[in-house]
Design a protein around this ligand. Structure first.
Ligand SMILES: [Zn+2]
Length: 274
């Protein structure tokens, strides 16, 4: 599933293209990509609506509509967008599942080879209910190390699992949790509540550093992720532990290990993460 940097990259790509544009017609050619109503019903509700903005909260991508509703996009692993006057290159976009024809004669295309993702039209109150369950945004200036300590303090869950819990901190997933813990030199198996203040400060810096770096690199291309119009992210070149089981740690030379925590792979260095 795309994490904060990938969703933010897509948001930044889409926002200037869509904001202020009106949907002339929306078509969904694969019925299972509309999650909470029939495709026909969603098409009817979107026709004539204007995009008021494109927002991100945690890993959620939200297309704001001028009637106050939100079109939530669940990107999962294989969803990707393209925008243009013509359909994108068939080599990259072979399974177009949705088309939004815009009033500037361009079309927003959504392709989803595995059809794991989809669209969900939410009333403002419905979204407020979802958002109430999300922790703070780690890149907001108001998010301090003390704040991170409060969110994780007293938790007996391993720190890696606590970071994946979206109600503690929003937007961090499996890739960036492993990477942040390596940068902070913290063993992913330690109980979250055992980190001292200095370690919480290191982790706070590491989380923000790794997320900012990944946004600057347009995300990490792992499996199917693409930014808008088929562009790849580049942060996979900056990964230090994720997917590197058996390789040497760049910091201490120890062999990087993979373990499974709460059903997800964790990559870490047993030599320098204490
Ligand atoms: Zn190491």
């Amino acid at each position: 599933m795309p994490e904060l940097p990938e969703v933010e990259t897509i948001r930044r790509d889409l926002a200037p293209e869509l904001t202020g544009r009106t949907i002339v017609r929306a078509r969904f050619s694969k019925p299972d990509i509309v999650l909470n109503m029939s495709p026909r019903s969603l098409s009817r509700r979107l026709q004539g609506r204007r995009f008021d903005g494109v927002e991100r909260r945690g890993k959620h991508l939200l297309l704001k509509l001028d009637d106050g509703r939100l079109l939530q996009v669940q990107l999962r692993m294989s969803g990707r967008f393209a925008i243009g006057r013509q359909a994108p290159d068939k080599a990259e976009f072979r399974h177009i599942a949705a088309r939004f024809e815009l009033d500037d004669s361009r079309t927003l295309f959504y392709d989803d080879v595995r059809r794991l993702g989809g669209f969900q039209l939410l009333e403002a109150e419905e979204w407020a209910g979802v958002e109430a369950g999300l922790g703070p945004e780690p890149l907001e200036s108001s998010f301090t190390a003390a704040h991170l300590g409060e969110r994780l303090g007293g938790r007996r869950a391993p720190i890696k699992n606590a970071l994946l819990n979206q109600s503690r901190v929003a937007g961090v997933g499996n890739i960036y949790a492993s990477e942040a813990l390596h940068r902070a030199r913290i063993d992913p198996r330690r109980p979250a509540g055992d980190l001292n203040r200095a370690e919480m400060g290191q982790l706070h810096r590491a989380i923000r550093g790794v997320l900012r770096g990944a946004i600057a690199d347009a995300g990490t291309t792992f499996r199917d992720y693409r930014a808008v119009n088929g562009q790849s992210g580049r942060f996979q070149d900056a990964l230090r532990v994720y997917g590197k089981e058996g390789e040497s740690c760049g910091r201490c030379g120890t062999t990087i290990a993979r373990i499974v925590q709460a059903g997800r792979s964790t990559f870490f260095c047993p030599g320098c993460q204490l």
